[in-house]
Design a protein around this ligand. Sequence first.
Ligand SMILES: Cc1ncc(COP(=O)(O)O)c(C=O)c1O
Length: 416
Amino acid sequence: MSSWYSEGLEHLWLPYSQMKTAGKPLAVVGAGGVRLKLEDGRELIDGIAGWWTAAHGYNHPQIVAAIKKQAQALPHVMMGGLVNKPALRLAKRLADITPGDLNKVFFAESGSVSVEIAIKMAVQYWNNKGEPGRTKFLSFLGGYHGDTTMAMAVTDPGGMHRAFADFVPGEIFARLPEDEKTEAALEALLKKHGGQIAALITEPLVQGAGGMKFHDPGTLKKIRAAADRHDLLLIADEIFTGFGRTGALFACDQAGIVPDIMCLSKALTGGVMPLSAAIVREHVFEAFLSDDPAKAFMHGPTYMGNALGCAAANASLDLFESEPRLEQIQAISGQMEHELQYCQNIRGVKNVRVKGAIGVVELKETPDHEALGRAFVEKGCWIRPFGNIVYLTPSYIIGADDLSRLTSAIHEVLKG
Ligand SMILES: Cc1ncc(COP(=O)(O)O)c(C=O)c1O
């Protein structure tokens, strides 16, 4: 291994890793399309699109060209008192493509921070409207909303943030209202705590990092209806589901609902630059308009609206417009349904499910993640299981042959 690898690795703290025992990460020196190029010359087909970001594959020439052009003109300028053209163009385009009157865009750098922003917005919305006691959030078991403090607080408490259980504020958790019993339980919680709650927060249609659990659009409609009945805001965290992952541009489109705040990140820039947004409906924005400066929203990430990130996002949106992404997602979906079903008969497999460009093989037991990961790498695939889930969320440009290599790798490795 090169010295840049071994010397640098001495100083790097890796995500979600027990650094005493974690295996060595692979050194990536390049990427293109759906392939990662390793330092030792091997190539891996990325089955998870770089943590669900690289919608158009890696190094898409149009996105790279847009960043290069923007870098020469203006890589970044602060947003306090100054604006840049790509950010303005992106704000208008996001307002146009997101549902209903989600019209005002607040930029940040990461998904978790956009969730923090949405939560702060909801609290101050009620404060500004003269109801300062509404500071609680109702979230759903199985959900995941990020790793910062309030994002952890609204994430399923039984998940990976258990070490912080005594630290984060205690929020209210319900099961998704998927049947009469869970609907009634949600209603009871809302009746009990309604006056304290600022908003409901949910991952529409797919709870991703909490276990790739799917629910149908009817459930999402019920969540919207429950928020309406109790006059509460609804935050839709589309950080994972946004930009086509569930088969529609936004998961909320499939239910025909408009959340009051929508969080976007991940595929927003096509997986090239860190960028996120909290997009709000007109009535939310209006609650902050006042002659009183104290009613302004007090938040402003240093790199918000970063011009390079916004240029990348605009180029990514151009690709969604000019290329048949939703058709590609449908084809990926059909192929995964067909090819992953062969895993159903493997001992140790609990079930196989597909929604949009998400293919999941759920195991009965939690496997040795590192051993599985190594076995996938030996087959030339980058697939990163978590919990008892082995899943694919490929780039939408993946060819049928490469997708078959991924599904076969899962089949062969699980079959043992
Ligand atoms: C639904 C959802 N919300 C929030 C986040 C956090 O985003 P980030 O990792 O960019 O902070 C994630 C990341 O996986 C996510 O899937």
